[in-house]
Design a protein around this ligand. Sequence first.
Ligand code: DGY
Length: 318
Amino acid sequence: MKKKILITRKLLRSNEDRASNIWDAKLNSNDQIYSKKKLIELSKGCDGILSSLTEKIDEDVIKNLPDSVKIISNFAVGFGNIDIQAAKKRNIVVTNTPDVLTDATAEIAMLLILGACRRANEGINWVKKENWKWSADFLIGKQLTGSRLGILGMGRIGRALAKIAKSFGMEIHYRNRKKLSTEIEDGAKYHESIKSLFSVSDVLSICCPATKETKDIINKDTLEYFPTGAIITNVARGDMIEDEAMVQALVSRKIYAIGLDVYKGEPKIHPEYLKQPTAFILPHLGSATKKTRISMADLAITNIEEFFNSGKCKNKVN
Ligand code: DGY
């Protein structure tokens, strides 16, 4: 008998075809976002769920999933949308899709840095107004060459970003749960504390996972650690930033500009970000290339296959 798998969001065609060949796949052809209630309802009779970051699979949802559900394969490297401990208690395996999105996400991290440092948002607004003119001091931004990039979270994406940023002449500093080996560090300087990292960050890129420890790590107090005129960018999750404090820091010019791809409670965005000319903001595009999205969904499918074939899964996170 074919396994029945609920796929919560529409995938690219080739991925849906593959899933439908292997399983009795319940697809979401309208690509609507399911409520918790709907998700529970649709999972009846399913052996697994291929979820995405738009579903909040919290303790409450997990408790109400049918016993038949054995695996939740998240179509993302981040899995903050799933209560992995609650899943573990119910013997539900949770998996993610690491590696395949590293390069695409590091590209967007670099785009955020460039966009914020070189005032891309203001530039685009001027071009649309059509009344701009070149002048020696028009939209002067911050040059990357020789500036210090602080990377918070030196995992795969942080390291890929470090490599790109080095080619722009940036000096790399990082904070990570563990210091990396000299070889992997590749010249980047490790900091024992966020205070030490932030105080040397002309530009910061947040690349760490959302955890209890990293929630609101950028807040009123920690913003004080930065050099005046620093730039803060975030390609990871919105949970890491206390938005009100960030807006205040932008308004006071303590922080020169920000580059954000992710938000707390997205797709909602703190309304002040939209008003700030120095905010270069994108709608969660980190992994949004065809190559990467196909690879991510392929891996999410493979994770389920591997689990049902062998009882194990290398990308298990709980
Ligand atoms: C992830 O995989 O966590 C990304 O944010 C999805 O775009």
